[in-house]
Each structure stands twice: as structure tokens, then as C-alpha cells.
Design a protein around this ligand. Structure first.
Ligand code: E4P
Length: 223
């Protein structure tokens, strides 16, 4: 399973890319808005384009950039503009009627599409039939409403395998390290997670303690 960062923050991307384990990045309008607000910068077309290009360079893999249009024609136009920014851009579309129409058109033109906000296996099936390259079921948001995000992912992964659908499954809306383990065990192709979860994946108190002890013992006898 590949590991993606779910962020629009360049420092976070550069840090995790530096570990040598980052395969891609996903963004969404909330994450982009948060990033520009944090920098006190007004969001402009040019500013967004430059920022997405910088994310692509830092990520070194696919970068999902989401459209904000809600109607198919406008989604297609926005998707084309996003895809033209950088060869690594994957256009992210919401799983709605208009999103499906736009997905069909963009994917037919050779633009890679990530269908987002997926909360059922049937939505994933529709997205795959519309030519999506990726589907993004939202585990955490399903768990948030006391349903089972793992069950959603299990059904989608199984359906993709049974039906031999040419689509990659991104486990999204990851809230904690256990979600990442679950996603890997269930056979997701990719898990996309916030920077904080990436850091949690690595941290273990016994690793820190073990290393401290090794160093102390070594200090006593080192040549
Ligand atoms: C996925 O691509 C989305 O950007 C993201 O995973 C949503 O996560 P959230 O539920 O934490 O906002």
C-alpha cells in the first residue's frame, strides 16, 4: 500500500518526502483554504497554480487537486486547467451526477480522475464505470457517524478485485494509525493521511527507550 499525505502544506510534504516513503499527495478545498489562511495570503488563480506546482515538485508523485465547480461543464473546464498545470496532477471530482459526467469526459481525454467523497460501494462502482483512475472512500467520516469505515473499505476493495475494475482505491479521511494498518490489511492501494498521523506511524515509546538504552550501554564500553 502506498502512503500519501493529505495536506496542502509544503513543509509537511517536504519533511515526509525526506523520509523516502511518500508516494503522493491529496488536497481538497478545505486544506487549500486552510493553507492560504495560515500564510495570510489571498487565494488567486495564479497563487493556487504556483502552489499546486510546488506541491507536485515536493511530492514527486500524483497530486490530487479538487475542482470547486459543481456543474459538469464547469468541472471539465476547471479540471482541464488543473491537469495542464503539471503532469502529476490528478483531478479530484465529487461523486455526484455532475461529477460522474465530468469524470467520463475528462478520463476520455486522458486526464486522471480521483472520485472523492465516496461513502458506499455503489458510488465507487459508478465512479469506476465513469473512468475514474482512483476512488476515495472516507473512512474517518463514516466512523464519525458511528458506522464502520473499515466495512466500507472492505466492500470496495473486494468489489474492485471481484469485478476486476481498473481503479485504485485510496483509503481517505484517515484519523489515526490504526486506520492505516486496517487499510493495508484490507488491501487498499493507497492510504492518504494528515501529517500528524504520518508522524504517529513512526513513533513508539519502546523504540525511543530501546535506542536510549543501546546508546547508554555503548557509552560505557565504546573504544
Ligand atoms: C481525501 O482525499 C480527503 O482530502 C480527506 O481524506 C478528507 O479527510 P477528512 O475527513 O479528515 O477531512
Amino acid at each position: 500500500m502506498e502512503l500519501y499525505l493529505d495536506t496542502a502544506n509544503l513543509e509537511e510534504i517536504r519533511e515526509i518526502a525526506g523520509w523516502g516513503v511518500l508516494s503522493g499527495v491529496t488536497t481538497n478545498p478545505t486544506l487549500v483554504a486552510k493553507e492560504f489562511a495560515a500564510r495570510g495570503e489571498r487565494l488567486t488563480e495564479e497563487g493556487l497554480a504556483a502552489h499546486l506546482r510546488a506541491i507536485c515538485e515536493a511530492a514527486g508523485g500524483p497530486v490530487s487537486a479538487e475542482v470547486t465547480a459543481l456543474e459538469a461543464e464547469a468541472m471539465v473546464a476547471e479540471g482541464r486547467r488543473l491537469a495542464a498545470l503539471h503532469p502529476q496532477i490528478v483531478v479530484k471530482l465529487p461523486t455526484t451526477e455532475e461529477g460522474l459526467k465530468a469524470c467520463r469526459r475528462l478520463s476520455t481525454e486522458g486526464v486522471r480522475v480521483n472520485m472523492t467523497l465516496i461513502f458506499s460501494a455503489n458510488q465507487a462502482l459508478l465512479a469506476a464505470r465513469a473512468g475514474a483512475s482512483y476512488v476515495s472512500p472516507f473512512l474517518g467520516r463514516v466512523d464519525d457517524i458511528s458506522w464502520d469505515g473499515g466495512q466500507l473499505l472492505r466492500e470496495i476493495v473486494e468489489m474492485v478485485q471481484v469485478q476486476d475494475l481498473p481503479v485504485r482505491v485510496i483509503a481517505a479521511s484517515i484519523r489515526h494509525p490504526r486506520h492505516v494498518t486496517e487499510a493495508a490489511l484490507l488491501g487498499a492501494d493507497i492510504a492518504t493521511m494528515p501529517h500528524a498521523v504520518f508522524k504517529q506511524l513512526l513513533k513508539h515509546p519502546l523504540t525511543d527507550l530501546g535506542l536510549k538504552r543501546f546508546m547508554e550501554d555503548w557509552e560505557k564500553v565504546k573504544p
